[in-house]
Design a protein around this ligand. Sequence first.
Ligand code: PEP
Ligand code: MN
Length: 339
Amino acid sequence: MIAIVKQSAQPEQLSHFISWIEGRGYRTNVSHGDNETIVGIIGDTTKIDPFLLESMDIIDRVRRVSEPYKLANRKFHPEDTVVDCGHGVLIGGGNFQVMAGPCSVEGDNLIEIARAVRAAGATMLRGGAYKPRTSPYAYQGMGEHGLDLLLAASAELDMPVVSEVMDPRDVQLFVDRGVDVMQVGARNAQNFNLLKEVGKTTTPVLLKRGLAGTIDELLMAAEYVMSEGNPNVILCERGIRTFETRTRNTFDINAIPVLHHLTHLPVVGDPSHATGYTRYVRSAAFAATAAGADGLEIEVHNRPQEAWSDGAQALTPDSFLDTMRRIALIRQAVTAELG
Ligand code: PEP
Ligand code: MN
């Protein structure tokens, strides 16, 4: 971290600042330029609040030169992390996986949808048993019975399941029941107690970007999980809130290569929540694949018009199959070795 000192600072103010910093266990390196004086602060500066320094009279501005996330940072872990999702399914480091299924588990149609997505090439089954809904009057999910249905489908089809955990008190239930991947949803992207709780397990975590979360905030959320001891984090770009109203969210395709640059963790794209409308989901899925995503999460329903949540963005099994076939072609183009 560097602190740029105001030209008006008096030498005694500067030495007082330096002793204050050093008194907190950091080393300093002062460089006097023609126009400004820069104090380099050396040590683990993650605990320093840059705004506190900037509030001091003699400080003009403060810049971090290293990121506050360490465990998620590619600088300290250059090779891609591969997360083992169970049932022999690996994601990251060249392993591409598609997780598909309904927004929420609704009952016996789950197995029908699961068989269809499996047949189309999905390698993981998604479905919400606990639903974070904007309205308390909207369908809240089947709860534990929903997990039963997911796990029965997982056993029949030998594929891992991804399901959202909303409450830190449910994390142990998910682990005991053997849910393969716990999803932390966009609305909980900064629910630090939940992040810490899933971090105490070794179950893979699919961590979605917050509704208005920056890329750095997503990385800090991953850091929360990892700092508790769970290295199995998969990041998910699912669109962010912008001024645009034609789609449910704005798909930040940039985030996919940016995240790959900044972190070694696998990155998945969710074209369903990113667009909100079935008619746009395929294009967004293609774009995420072309941008180098390690996987996709796509909502599929056998009768979208009757879905209990997010029917407006669900693909039918037929359209999902077509999408999967084209995604395979895009993957070939993106990963081909050109002579
Ligand atoms: C979901 O996956 O159904 C969901 C609620 O996603 P998000 O948290 O991204 O809105
Ligand atoms: Mn949904």
